[in-house]
Ligand binder design. Structure first.
Ligand code: FEO
Length: 404
């Protein structure tokens, strides 16, 4: 039994073995957090994935008779949080489902049941005895139905997916695990789940700006309870929602006979010699969700592929599809690659990056078959353009990068 505040308990499910969350790699697993508030009207905030039902039931039974639950708040319809509602309702059939208007629509579509819904809107409150719960609709953070529940008397925010992390642990609080680990996981979570919705995140942050928050209890991962940790994650969300980046570069490529890899490696060396932070990823070895977690802080993304049957390689096609959906705005891009007899596939590369919201810093550099030394040396002018972008000294360095 885990008490997180007076009469408030964590009753979630730890998914130690989860390794893929709809395409997002989860090497550390995840948790689906549910919270039980004991009051005159016992209230459960969210449930867990369907296969975690026995665990949530066990945890609730440690605290109260589950049939006494009066309200089940569904902050978000996605089934990692709503998947156990139906089974729970078989135990507490008189419970009301509290959700947003879009939540009601979504739950009806998912479960084909006309449950006893109590629909709430932003600013509405629900008295559950000693406490009053206030609701903040947060459409598209990250579904149309998403909302946060706030316990006014406890100053605790239950924002569902927002501020969450896919991280399984026996600890429940961020400060028990270590802020660096939790921020890294929260960064990956934002980049892969929330990034397209910066405008909506800013609206949610604005609505919460005068709300006193002593604890943030997300629906995945660890709870934020230390003042400085709460301030940190709120300020990071503001930064990410504004699409702010550092002056760093991510190079992403796939390769067939190592020619594109040669270009990627040469770009990396020239950039590194300029002491510009740069990371290099081969799509054959790195999951796209890990690369996106790096792109969130990068100002320039360099993307390379060889051409196969007039197209980019399949790994690159998947990456570009993912990137176009996530739309990491306010960034620059550069394309490169090797080709044999047709360059037509590179247009797909360029168009995809533009569709992802990026601005190309120059024409792509496409080299025939195997690059020679002169062609590789010619890549230095691209690094010069990046230095100008970063408002560093305009003159490009001279000499061999290995000598720097
Ligand atoms: Fe954790 Fe959008 O579900």
């Amino acid at each position: 039994m885990l008490k997180i505040a007076e009469n408030i308990y964590w009753t979630g499910y730890i998914d130690w073995n989860l390794r893929n969350f709809h395409g997002y790699s989860t090497p550390s697993g995840s948790t689906y957090n549910a919270y039980l508030i004991l009051d005159e009207q016992p209230t459960l905030i969210d449930t867990v994935k369907h296969y975690g039902f026995e665990e949530i039931l066990y945890r609730i039974k440690e605290i109260i008779d589950p049939s006494k639950i009066k309200y089940i708040i569904s902050n978000h319809t996605e089934m990692d949080h709503s998947g156990s509602i139906e089974k729970l309702l078989s135990i507490c059939p008189n419970a009301q489902i509290v959700c947003s208007p879009k939540g009601e629509e979504g739950l009806k579509r998912h479960f084909k049941k006309n449950w006893n819904f109590k629909v709430v809107n932003s600013g509405n409150t629900l008295n559950i005895g000693r406490r009053n719960l206030k609701f903040f609709l947060m459409p598209m953070v990250h579904w149309p139905d998403s909302m946060a529940t706030y316990s006014i008397e406890d100053n605790i925010l239950f924002p569902n997916d927002a501020f969450g992390q896919h991280y399984a642990s026996s600890e429940r609080f961020a400060d028990e695990v270590g802020i660096d680990v939790v921020v890294k996981e929260a960064t990956k979570y934002y980049a892969n789940i929330v990034m397209p919705y910066g405008g909506q995140v800013l609206k949610a942050l604005e609505a919460l700006k005068d709300v006193k928050i002593d604890m943030i209890c997300p629906s995945h991962g660890l709870i934020w309870r230390k003042k400085e940790d709460i301030e940190k994650i709120l300020s990071l969300y503001k930064k990410w929602a504004n699409y702010e980046t550092g002056k760093s570069i991510v190079i992403v490529y796939d390769t067939m006979w190592h020619s594109t890899e040669m270009i990627a490696q040469t770009l990396y060396e020239f950039i590194d010699c300029e002491n510009i932070p740069v990371k290099l990823y081969n799509l054959q070895n790195t999951h796209i969700s890990d690369i996106i977690a790096e792109i969130i802080s990068a100002k320039v993304v360099m993307v390379g592929s060889p051409i196969l049957n007039n197209k980019v390689l399949p790994n690159m096609g998947a990456f570009l599809t993912y990137l176009k959906g996530l739309k990491p705005k306010n960034r620059y891009a550069f394309t490169f690659g090797s080709y044999g007899w047709a360059k037509v596939g590179f247009k797909e590369l360029e168009d995809s990056l533009k569709e992802a919201g990026m601005e190309l810093i120059s024409e792509g550099r496409y080299l025939n078959y195997v690059p020679d030394d002169t062609e590789l040396e010619g890549l230095k002018d691209i690094v010069g353009k990046i230095k100008n972008l970063f408002e560093m000294k305009p003159a490009f360095f001279q000499g061999n990068p290995q000598e720097k």
